[in-house]
Design a protein around this ligand. Sequence first.
Ligand code: PGA
Length: 256
Amino acid sequence: MRYPLIIGNWKLNGSKKFIDTFIVGLCRKFHGIEGCKVVIAPPMVYLDQVKQVICNTKLLLGAQNVDINLSGAFTGEVSASMLKDIGARYIIIGHSERRSLHSEDDQVIAKKFLVLKNKDLIPVLCIGETAAEKMAGQTKTICARQIDVILKLHGAEVFQNTVIAYEPIWAIGTGCAATAEQIQTIHTFIRDHIAQKDPKVADQLIIQYGGSVTKNNAAEIFSQPDVDGVLVGSASLILDSFIDIIKLASTKKYKI
Ligand code: PGA
């Protein structure tokens, strides 16, 4: 079933002290809010600390990356088994910063997707176009290509119980979010694209938007029928902003 999903992607931010104050404050303010799921994806080194603080709350743990291998001689990597062991559930893969700064291509990302599925973890597959690709009218082609690598290798069924995050690269960290209309257009396209292979899977797919989401634009973004959630970067590090986004998400109504 679709549900509003908010993921805070902390990227390379945070400290033991920050977690102690931020997560404790978040737990207090989140208490009693129903109707949405909230995931915190801190840097790997803080996963366990965050897990300890959220363990008696409804907050969930996420991670920002995973390796394609489960164990062995892969210095510096973290496996799906380890993420599962530590209690992480939603794992971000294919983020544009990993695609561009760490040269991760569609094939590697497809492997990460499958390794997570095999461990019963939830992949959060980030897709999206650059500013130049948008100008060239290639948004849908790029999004389709990024999904198709997985669709062709593993079929539509593999998208059951997964998340796709549409994150136009030009909107990430720029303060210039896509308009609600642009977001709805691409989210519909993504759902339809998967529906061509399996309408039931497409109907249940959680599609998030990411890129300069703030408490000021979240209401309009959530009002779009094909937006199930948001992947939040910088605003997820500001307690009042993040909790306002969560409150807006919790009021989302689905047409039955
Ligand atoms: P932003 O980042 O909210 O700071 O734009 C979003 C993301 O990269 O997931």
